[in-house]
Ligand binder design. Structure first.
Ligand SMILES: Cc1cc2nc3c(=O)[nH]c(=O)nc-3n(C[C@H](O)[C@H](O)[C@H](O)COP(=O)(O)OP(=O)(O)OC[C@H]3O[C@@H](n4cnc5c(N)ncnc54)[C@H](O)[C@@H]3O)c2cc1C
Length: 278
């Protein structure tokens, strides 16, 4: 059965009776391989409550079915530069015109481009079911490779980002085996806030594709806080700051190459954040 509800309430009711959520289908259909679609499919792309980007004084809300091309084009504060850059790197234009932010998070690939930029912003997901709404940080929502704590009756209705770093520039860097339409070997999102006295207030650095799910480099963030915001700050980054990562050898790269490339990219991302402050 194929359902196309037009309200969130209807969709939640339908999902409570079983079935699978479908948004852009850019992960859903490839994952089927040659298998036919079975069971109830609930297409959530006709629900106005799930669309668009809303900017308020203290947060930004992305409806779950907001597409990558909409995020790339949205007029957002500088702290979203990394997320908007990531939006432009998700597949090609066709994929960006179909693929959604909620689909990327629910699919929970270790190489999901949205996750590092959302982790550095302390983003939260809102999950709606016919028994209510709950909110939790993205870092707690994604449990591992293709694993989330979404309950089978829940729809990821929105992604909410507090505006704590509003004017702090952020950077997203993605390394793949070629320039376009590529799954990352490693990717970095970074943000440095200025404490008003030319020093780092808060530092945020997250790495994707180098562990079962993207993660922040908390020790590095602590070491960066309070440092003078100057060219050369990135020389503070050393291999031990990456010790919590667990990159794998696969067809795209060896674990050793991933570690090495990540170190270089983290340094470049921090240089970029310093440069963007001036
Ligand atoms: C050619 C190609 C290139 C790609 N390149 C990249 C890339 O570079 N980087 C990258 O990160 N991804 C990439 N992807 C993956 C994909 O495009 C993204 O992950 C996209 O954001 C998925 O969104 P979607 O709306 O298409 O999800 P769908 O395919 O519709 O759904 C994905 C999963 O999430 C669930 N789901 C979707 N929406 C919701 C919701 N609101 N609530 C609850 N569950 C939901 C579905 O049930 C399904 O399990 C690529 C895909 C293709 C086909």
């Amino acid at each position: 059965m194929f359902l196309r509800p037009t309200t969130l309430r209807e969709a939640a009711q339908a999902l409570s009776e079983g079935g699978q959520v479908l948004a852009g289908g850019t992960d859903f259909f490839p994952a089927l391989g040659t298998k036919p679609v079975t069971g109830t499919i609930i297409d959530v792309t006709r629900i106005p409550e799930l669309r668009g980007v809303d900017l308020s004084s203290d947060h930004v809300r992305f409806g779950g079915t907001t597409r990558w091309s909409e995020i790339a084009a949205a007029p957002l504060p500088r702290c979203f530069d990394a997320l908007r850059a990531a939006a432009r790197e998700v597949g090609g234009l066709q994929v960006q015109n179909r693929g959604t932010i909620a689909g990327n998070l629910c699919n929970a690939s270790p190489a999901a481009d949205s996750v590092p930029p959302l982790l550095i912003l302390d983003a939260e997901v809102e999950l709606t079911s016919n028994s209510g709404v709950r909110r939790l940080p993205v870092r707690d929502f994604i449990l591992g490779n293709r694993k989330t704590c979404r309950r089978s009756n829940e729809i990821l209705s929105s992604v909410i980002v507090p505006l704590q770093f509003k004017d702090s520039p952020s950077i997203f860097l993605k390394l793949g085996a070629r320039r376009y339409l590529v799954i990352s070997i490693t990717m970095i999102a970074a943000l440095l806030s200025n404490d008003g006295n030319g020093r780092v207030g808060e530092a945020r650095v997250a790495v994707g594709s180098c562990s079962a799910s993207s993660q922040r480099l908390l020790e590095l963030e602590r070491d960066l806080a309070g440092q003078t915001l100057r060219h050369g700050l990135s020389s503070l980054v050393c291999a031990s700051h990456l010790s919590t990562l667990s990159p794998i050898d696969d067809v795209r790269a060896s674990a050793a190459y991933r570690r090495d490339a990540t170190l270089t990219l983290v340094r470049r991302a921090l240089d970029g954040c310093v440069e963007a402050q001036s």
